[in-house]
Design a protein. Structure first.
Lengths: 207, 209
């Protein structure tokens, strides 16, 4: 094929290079998410512990604040250690990080506002939380063109819809557990598995 | 300045080129938002129309105000986007597609959230209304971070403050006033501001707000 030139002066080789660069950035973005797969698993487990505390243990009012604080501290500490140990960062992986940071700020403000004003038990409150998590997954999935994360977003949204229809305490708990298990823990394990497979591949390639 | 070479083999010129590219992408991303800011104005008008219909003509099918106005807004959005894409000179880059991903996903989630709440008659809850504002605030904040655009960051903060204020005020009168201010005034003003900047910005690269 000849090296044709477009109207705006871009040659075919340049276009091919740009596509290759974009593909490399998408792959790096996915790897970056996979490297942080443990965060999804950890937060899934934190949700499980908090819910179990609410159901079975005393001082129920402290369950979510304590668990969330522990989760935030562990995330920050482990995130810093991972960053200090090195790892390439692209514009795309930084975008994904920005999405999750903004999501964390937004959801924290919403939860504090709702709980402080006594609106924390409304169906639309639970639904909104699931929709927020779904939005963060959905944006990441669109940026990384990653079907598996898109599926995680769909699970959160489907469970968010279910929150409006099933409103008893046990139903809300069951829906939240389903969303957490499939949309957080299973997705996190899948991401970790991908990262492990990639790392094994790299070791084989170097051997 | 002497040309230095870093450990990873990147020269100063390479770095300068990369920074220039990133600034050009950010500028293009802001222009993209400017080109699409008519959507903010449109949705501000849609919300105001639905709100006015519901409050001032409640006996003239007032309960159908939102179920009619929201799909109408969606149809107008799709029509406008199709018209815009058919125009010549419509360009976008990687950053634009990321901004588009944010708004696309937010729009989809919000559509499902609103439809579910209307179907199940939960739109009266404060947490529902606050949830809408928080979601919009998130989309603005993510977009502002991508584009390093302080003005849009300010809009996000105003939306989040509105969401928290709904919980704090705990009254329908205040909720109505906050919604009117956020959906009508803030959304339309930001849309008009971005539209006003768009023609001036054309051809200007790497500009910072």
């Amino acid at each position: 094929m000849t090296n044709m030139e477009r109207e705006d002066g871009t040659t075919r080789d340049e276009l091919v290079q740009r596509v290759a660069l974009m593909e490399a950035m998408i792959a790096e973005g996915r790897r970056s998410t996979a490297r942080y797969g443990w965060i999804f698993v950890m937060w899934g487990l934190i949700y499980f512990v908090a819910m179990a505390w609410v159901v079975y243990l005393p001082l129920k009012d402290w369950a979510w604040p304590v668990c969330i604080c522990v989760g935030v501290l562990v995330s920050i500490a482990k995130g810093r250690r991972k960053r200090a140990s090195g790892g390439s960062e692209t514009l795309r992986s930084r975008s994904i990080e920005a999405v999750w940071q903004i999501f964390s700020v937004g959801i924290t403000l919403y939860v504090i506002g709702a709980i402080a004003s006594g609106h924390g038990g409304q169906p639309s409150y639970y639904a909104a939380i699931l929709f927020f998590i779904g939005v963060a997954h959905g944006i990441s999935a669109r940026i990384l063109r990653w079907g598996a994360q898109g599926l995680a977003a769909a699970i959160w949204w489907a469970c968010g819809i279910a929150m409006f229809f099933f409103t008893t305490r046990n139903e809300v708990l069951a829906i939240f557990l389903i969303a957490t298990f499939f949309g957080m823990i299973v997705f996190g394990l899948y991401a970790m598995m991908l990262e492990r497979r990639r790392a094994a591949g790299m070791v084989q390639a170097h051997a | 300045m002497a040309e230095f070479e870093q450990e990873d083999g990147m020269t100063r010129d390479d770095l300068v080129q990369r920074v220039a590219l990133m600034e050009a992408m950010i500028a293009e991303g802001r222009r993209y938002t400017g080109r699409n800011s008519w959507l903010f104005v449109l949705w501000g008008l849609v919300d105001l129309t639905a709100w006015a219909w519901q409050n001032y003509s409640p006996h003239f099918g007032g309960r159908w105000a939102w179920p009619i106005c929201l799909p109408a807004g969606a149809v107008l959005t799709l029509a406008g986007k199709m018209l815009q894409k058919s125009e010549t000179g419509y360009s976008s880059n990687d950053l634009c597609s990321r901004v588009m991903s944010v708004w696309g996903m937010m729009g989809l989630a919000m559509g499902i959230y609103v439809a579910s709440a209307i179907l199940t008659h939960f739109t009266w809850q404060y947490s529902y209304v606050a949830g809408l504002l928080m979601m919009l605030g998130m989309a603005h904040a993510i977009s502002a971070m991508f584009l390093r655009w302080r003005m849009q960051g300010l809009v996000a903060a105003v939306y989040w403050a509105g969401g928290v204020a709904i919980f704090a005020c705990n009254s329908w009168k205040a909720t109505n006033a906050i919604m009117l201010f956020e959906m009508g005034v803030v959304m339309m003003l930001f849309g008009l501001y971005a539209m006003g900047r768009e023609p001036r910005r054309s051809g200007v690269k790497g500009e910072r707000a």
